[in-house]
Design a protein around this ligand. Sequence first.
Ligand SMILES: C[S@@+](CC[C@H](N)C(=O)[O-])C[C@H]1O[C@@H](n2cnc3c(N)ncnc32)[C@H](O)[C@@H]1O
Length: 252
Amino acid sequence: MAQMQDCMTIEDQIAALGPWFHNMRIRGVETSPDHFLGDYPAIKWKAFKHIVPDDLEGRSVLDIGCNAGFYAQEMKRRNAGRVVGIDSDPHYLRQAKFAATQNGIDIEYRLMSVYDVAQLREKFDLVLFMGVLYHLRYPLLALDLLYEHVVGEEMLFQCMQRGADAVGPVEEDYNFQEWQVFNRPDYPKLFFVEHRFSNDPTNWFIPNRAGVEAMLRSSGFLIEANPEREVYLVRRGQRPYMNETVPRVGAL
Ligand SMILES: C[S@@+](CC[C@H](N)C(=O)[O-])C[C@H]1O[C@@H](n2cnc3c(N)ncnc32)[C@H](O)[C@@H]1O
């Protein structure tokens, strides 16, 4: 295999590993130049990179749902220490390993689901959880597991949103007769996708902005910055009262 790769051009090797979601630059070649979102995720990164320190001073980073490793590589370029990328899809991990090797960047990649992060047995200074939540059937379970097991200090979070952009006040409690508040567009909501959204069978829940913020708070995260509509920098805070503990997950 390695010998076969030696005779292949970089373009051929990139094509053989396709299709690519991340438009990486590998030895001057773009991996997904016709991406439906443009030069993605570079275009997204541009809008929020100012909230990530230029010098991460050796901080440890975990990139969950790392895909081909665009963000993991950016963290390493910003002087992160140990960078671990996990993804549940071996196809994307092959791309990530190839891109890191070709770009000479040292990142540890592991085939792992977000539901299994307890196995890492480590808390990271910075966790990236970008573009994954709406792909999960159990989104709050994932956030609870991240709080419980891997977020040491901060988390960079992104989620697709639909519905109202406004965030309204939420009372501590509502009486059983309350009906109207649930019709408010700025009340926290999760839209359930029974079939498909954007022809992707892995899109399950799409929150509105109030929904994203409420879920983050509910799992114990304090919102520090919201530099772009979908992107949040959050810090580990106190977990609010829970009437159940986070279940142990193995079989998902
Ligand atoms: C929309 S892409 C986002 C990629 C990257 N984080 C970004 O923001 O550009 C979603 C990624 O999450 C991964 N993913 C989906 N479900 C996952 C799970 N349960 N555990 C880990 N990764 C998952 C997919 O394989 C895919 O690489």
